[in-house]
Ligand binder design. Structure first.
Ligand code: LLP
Length: 421
């Protein structure tokens, strides 16, 4: 459920008519809803009721400071995967002990920064990383809580590019190799090996792979405890899918069903739990608003050319993702089949093929729905297009939380070498 609804035939973000924002900031722009962020956080935390759980928002899904801060103010921690994300989380005001630092290739500088800032947990993904972390922590005279991120070798059945928990994927430590590395970690100075982490992929629409993975984690915890390694924390990752395509009958499981499965698999271990949802919290809480530039009629196709491009929302081009497209002014005229494309000079700059949309014309506004996760966060300036503004709505108020840069700002980091000056 989200708070982008038609009122009087006009799509609103909470109480704000979207054309009013378009007038103020120009198009394209991302628009986020505070009420939706709040609702999703609450639905997920309610699903975990009875468990000792921290929800660490996966900042990679939406790195806007105002979005992070909204979730942090509700009680969220953060899951970060780079020094930059760690700085963002700290800047958004999250308590360092509620930060989990994940990622397969953390540099010594990033690890050092995390140690200096006393992050709650570092999820280690390889033996050399473990050794480096032990060295750095010892030198800093600190003891760092680590999890080994185990790779449970399960296939989520989701898109190949966002599946992470098969043994041929680069992520984590194969679960069969994990006990040996835990024994090593247990003896290393500066390391408190008291946690296990797992994350098997994203946009997962079936509980079964989670259940297999969490059962493997439970078995591992029991085995480690048997070996005298006290595991007190589990990090169960993110990955729960959200509905994108309302014409499809593949619906993700509810957070409540997910919570029940967590209780069933690892609830009895007496561990403190962390979760790293990204998409679930922010996906439905954001839309990308764009304006029609031209309608081009061909002999076999009708192209609706909009001012947002693949650089602003890359998911359709990269993962064949489907984002529902809604006209901002509801249902004018008969529906016509059209391809919706952007202005970028790539054939893959296409948001939809042959979708039925009302008879749109130049200057009409459309919204790409469910664009709050991995939308702005993955955008680029390809084709020298400026990053688009981000707007946060809260009831009847809205604020630009990231403005559109000027051309001078976009080129400010470049300089000509002396021989070209
Ligand atoms: N934790 C870790 C270690 C992750 O790698 C990820 C996502 C998450 C948590 C959050 O997963 P979520 O709850 O959002 O599914 N760009 C792709 C998704 C890539 C996901 C990468 N890792 C997309 O647009 O579909």
């Amino acid at each position: 459920m989200h708070h982008f609804v038609y009122r009087g035939g006009i799509l609103h973000a909470e109480d704000v008519p979207i054309p009013q924002i378009a007038e103020a900031v120009g198009t394209p722009f991302y628009c986020y809803s505070t009420a939706t962020l709040t609702r999703h956080y609450k639905v997920f935390s309610d699903a975990l009721n009875g468990l000792d759980a921290t929800i660490c928002f996966a900042v990679k899904a939406n790195a806007n400071l105002a979005v992070i801060r909204t979730l942090v103010s509700l009680g969220a921690g953060c899951d970060v995967v780079s020094g930059g994300e760690l700085r963002l989380a700290l800047k958004a005001g999250v308590a360092p002990e509620k930060i989990v630092f994940s990622g397969v290739g953390k540099t010594a500088d990033e690890l050092q920064f995390a140690i200096d800032n006393n992050v709650g947990q570092i999820n280690v993904e390889s033996e050399p990383e473990l050794e480096l972390l032990s060295k750095l922590a010892t030198a800093a005279n600190k003891r760092v809580r680590i999890a080994l991120r185990v790779n449970p070798d399960v296939n989520t059945g989701g898109h190949d590019k966002i599946t992470t928990g098969r043994k041929e994927d680069k992520f984590g430590i194969e679960w069969t190799l994990a006990p040996k590395l835990y024994r090593k970690a247990h003896k290393l100075p500066g390391i408190e090996a008291s946690a296990v982490a797992v994350h098997i992929g994203s946009q997962i629409t079936d509980l079964a792979p989670f259940e297999t993975a969490f059962t493997r984690v439970r078995d591992l915890v029991l085995m480690l405890r048997n070996d005298g390694i006290a595991i007190s924390h589990l990090d169960l990752g993110g990955g729960l899918g959200v509905p994108y395509d309302h014409s499809s009958n593949v619906l993700p499981p509810s957070p409540a069903a997910y919570g029940e499965m967590v209780k069933r698999t690892v609830g009895g271990l007496g561990c403190k739990l962390a979760f790293e949802p990204g998409r679930l919290l922010v996906g439905n809480a954001g839309v990308l608003v764009s304006r029609v530039i031209f309608i081009k009629e061909g002999t076999t196709k009708r192209f609706t050319i909009v001012d947002a491009g693949m650089n602003d929302l890359i998911r359709p081009a990269m993962y064949d993702a489907v984002h529902e497209i809604l006209p901002i002014v509801e249902g004018r005229g008969d529906a016509l089949a059209t391809d919706v494309v952007g202005p970028v000079c790539e054939t893959s700059d296409r948001f939809a093929q042959g979708v039925d949309l009302p008879n749109l014309k130049a200057d009409d506004l459309v919204a790409f729905m469910t664009a709050g996760a991995y939308g702005a966060a993955m955008s680029s300036t390809y084709n020298a297009r400026a990053l688009v503004p981000e707007v946060l709505v809260n009831g009847a108020e809205f604020a630009v939380v990231r403005r559109r840069p000027s051309f001078e700002e976009m080129t400010a980091l470049e300089q000509l070498p002396v021989w070209l000056d």
